[in-house]
Write a protein that binds this ligand. Structure first.
Ligand code: SF4
Ligand code: SF4
Length: 455
């Protein structure tokens, strides 16, 4: 494993067989950077027909993938080629939006015949992988099934760039590019060491410009409310959004579950708008949020099959933020149901119905979404900064992926160098190793994290 941040940059494909590609990707700790954190080497074990890069980036305030594609187009194409080799895919597709013109210009002249661009409409949630697959290939993933069931493996842009770096430089994932947007002095997209606190990230963007800010970790639709800025950046952190504390996007997230359920019981008028606009329902999944709200309100309306369909909700948040006229959150109700159903180890099995004929026209134009969310005053372009920022201490969470927790491989007082493996999953378990993102001394090891201080 290469521990030098200044490792030689490759400009041509290197010769590497499928197994070596997967091994290098695992050793580098590459996980899905789009939020889910699924270990990339496991995805690359599937044998499929199509490898798809989900480059939709449809959360309106995030500007990472669209700029990285323009800046690192050649590396992205090589990352797709390595991924195609590992998965046996004959076709590679990079699905992106027409408005990402610099990226389209940079990629077009580099594409070999087996890789094509697919231009997506500027709608939300074009980046829900089930929707991206449908738009880019015409294939529909059945509810609760994986993309591999229709012959496709999907990864996002930053993941594919990390795959290329892992294969070519054998350099692990130690940095993350994310957007800081909203009420900040210098909205921007920047690259920082994994483990840097979001407080430090905010200060790199000049700090908040309002007196009582609230913070969202991620985008306005799917991001989570931050309770502390001491939260460290992980391999899946997409952005930091700063909004006034009184902004509806902050206030909605502050509602506790009891209030949420009581609002749903009091005011749901069963208008079914949430279902008519639910993207998963539109492409033929059984999921019907209005029926789930009714089932939670009136238990006599609940059947086991209906409740289990909550497991197929993508949490895209269209039902809450766009559809419901009376402020109910079917998405959060689904999230609560999921928690209970998963605790009981239950699974959903159900039909793939025909897609709604109006499906393409019922997805939400992003411009309208920005206005609807009350973000017009806080929306900025957030240009990509070329500087790679440094820090003096990092907190490396032991769990940054789906699967088993990693186990520390270092002790307090150990000296580590950037790129060194400091935690790994037990042999055979699903997961990916964690690496030091700065040179320094391990100052603390807990059940949750390893802290490294430069020195
Ligand atoms: S949109 Fe709101 S009011 Fe209408 S059915 Fe759904 S939850 Fe109920
Ligand atoms: S969050 Fe709402 S709109 Fe999105 S998939 Fe779930 S139920 Fe459907």
């Amino acid at each position: 494993m290469n521990t030098s941040p200044n490792a030689f940059e490759f400009t041509e494909l290197i010769v590497c067989d499928a197994q070596a590609i997967r091994e290098r990707v695992r050793a580098a700790g590459v996980v899905g950077a789009g939020g889910a954190g699924f270990p990339a080497h496991v995805k690359l074990q599937a044998q499929v027909e199509i490898f798809l890069v989900n480059a939709a980036e449809c959360e309106p305030m995030l500007k990472v993938d669209q700029q990285l594609m323009a800046q690192q187009a050649a590396r992205l194409v090589r990352g797709v080629q390595y991924s195609m080799k590992a998965t046996g895919a004959r076709e590679g597709i990079i699905a992106l939006k027409e408005k990402y013109r610099p990226a389209i210009a940079a990629l077009t002249s580099l594409l070999p015949s087996a890789i094509r661009l697919h231009i997506l409409p500027d709608v939300y949630p074009a980046g829900d992988e089930v929707l991206t697959i449908w738009m880019a290939t015409g294939r529909r993933v059945p509810p609760a099934a994986l993309p591999v069931s229709v012959g496709v493996v999907v990864n996002n842009v930053q993941t594919v760039l990390n795959i290329a770096r892992a294969v070519e430089q054998q350099f692990p994932v130690t940095r993350r590019t994310l957007t800081v947007n909203g009420a900040v002095a210098h909205p921007q997209t920047l690259t920082v060491p994994i483990g840097m606190s979001l407080r430090e990230v905010l200060s790199l963007a000049g700090g908040a410009t309002i007196d009582s800010p609230g913070f969202i970790n991620g985008g306005p639709m799917m991001g989570h409310l931050l309770t502390t800025l001491d939260t460290p950046v992980t391999k899946t952190t997409g952005g930091l959004l700063v909004l006034p504390e009184k902004h509806p996007l902050i206030q909605r997230r502050r509602k506790d579950e009891r209030t949420l359920l009581s609002v749903a019981k009091t005011v749901c008028e069963q208008c079914r708008l949430c279902t008519d606009l639910c993207p998963r329902h539109l492409i033929g999944h059984e999921l019907s949020p209005h029926l789930l709200v009714r089932a939670v309100n009136y238990q006599q309306a609940a059947t086991p099959q209906l409740l289990l369909s909550a497991l197929t909700c993508s949490e895209c948040n269209v039902c809450e933020s766009v559809a419901c006229p009376v402020g109910i959150s079917p998405m959060r109700i689904n999230r609560m149901l999921k928690r209970e159903l998963r605790a009981q180890n239950l699974r959903y099995e159900g039909p793939l119905n025909p897609a709604d004929e109006m499906a393409k026209y019922r997805l939400v134009p992003v411009k309208r979404l920005i206005a609807k969310l009350g973000l017009s005053d806080w929306y900025h372009e957030a240009p990509l900064s070329e500087t790679e920022h440094l820090t003096d201490n990092v907190t490396l969470l032991l769990r940054q992926h789906i699967g088993a927790n990693t186990l520390p491989q270092v002790q307090k007082g150990d000296r580590v160098v950037r790129g060194q493996c400091v935690a790994d999953v037990p042999a055979g378990a699903l997961g990916a190793p964690i690496h030091a993102s700065i040179d320094g001394i391990v100052s603390d090891v807990t059940e949750l994290a390893i802290t490294v201080v430069r020195g």
